[in-house]
Design a protein around this ligand. Sequence first.
Ligand code: SAM
Length: 230
Amino acid sequence: MTLYGVGLGPGEADLVTVRGKRVLEHADVVYSPGRLSRSVALEHVDESKIGDLDFPMTKDEEKLRTAWKAAAAEVAPRAMEGDVAFVTLGDPNVYSTFGHLRRTLEAFHPDVDLEVVPGVSAMTAFATALGVEVEAGAGLSLREAADGASPTGPGRMILFKVTDIPATHEGLVEAGYDVTYGRRLFMEQGETAVTDDPSELEERDYYTLAYAEKADLVVESATAAFERDG
Ligand SMILES: C[S@@+](CC[C@H](N)C(=O)[O-])C[C@H]1O[C@@H](n2cnc3c(N)ncnc32)[C@H](O)[C@@H]1O
């Protein structure tokens, strides 16, 4: 039998894929690493199917390894007997807790079959939410900007974990970027916001990303001329 890593998408229940929904409905147990992913999963499965696992909120690597070994030891026998799902927001292979579980299972329970159901990642959903087009020929880099970091370099970047907007904003503007922020995009839980004014988002919120584009970036696609010339 199988452990499925299921990507739930950004938060709205109807952005779960058809395949993800089918896997959730057929799974014997559904594990979720957080309150938000649990609330999305509950739109598709009964609460009685939700499994119990402890997930540590720590950066201590030894504690993390111990906790993931315990989580894998709980999940592995269930996944040998039946089908089990482990859900994550977005896609399971993009900056996700599923990676810890997958590596731990591969190391200590290699007989467990693993399958991943991709989900709509914030990495792509941001484009629609912010009205950004990543046109053919363009490059786009994904970076983290936790704790006020402001990575710079590429012409266009999407930044995850933008927890200290004023500090990140200052660094990006100094480096010549125009920046738009997106908070709780396509999420039912909490308020969605899209703005290029950092003062509107003073409160910290983990579910915040930024799209940064070099102010002097030139868009070369043929039809871009229509936007320039009308
Ligand atoms: C640990 S990463 C998880 C990414 C997720 N696996 C995915 O594929 O979207 C969490 C970061 O993704 C971004 N993020 C995820 N979902 C978001 C959403 N609905 N709206 C805005 N940002 C989101 C935020 O920057 C957040 O700090």
